[in-house]
Design a protein around this ligand. Structure first.
Ligand SMILES: [Zn+2]
Length: 113
């Protein structure tokens, strides 16, 4: 398990969804794969999210949320540097299913071969 303050420090106090730095009181721990769906507290499953973005994401899965929110998607691919690659791949696959092309995601793919 990762301590909240250590996670926020790792991510530079920046929300991975809106890309803005916040006071720690405004930040929350977001389980990319929710605990109720089997996600754990490993560093690769945790990101820093401000309370507003966490609420906006609501009960949606990461691929669902990011498929529907291009700004959050761009920020996530830029700032969620420690997340497991499989989470990013799942977003890319969801975009394929929806027929959405995004240069940010294409760049992620090309760097991974
Ligand atoms: Zn935010």
């Amino acid at each position: 398990m990762v301590k909240r303050s250590a996670l926020f420090a790792r991510d530079g106090g920046r929300c991975v969804y809106c890309g803005l730095e916040h006071e720690y009181e405004e930040l929350s721990v977001d389980h990319v794969q929710p605990r109720m769906r089997g996600g754990d507290g490993s560093p690769g499953n945790l990101v820093t999210a401000c309370r507003g973005c966490n609420a906006r994401k609501g009960g949606r899965s990461l691929p669902q949320f990011l498929a529907e929110d291009p700004d959050a998607r761009r920020n996530f691919f830029e700032y969620a540097r420690f997340v497991w690659p499989r989470h990013l791949r799942a977003v890319a696959e969801e975009l394929d299913r929806r027929g959405v092309t995004d240069p940010v995601v294409a760049r992620f793919r090309s760097t991974r071969g």
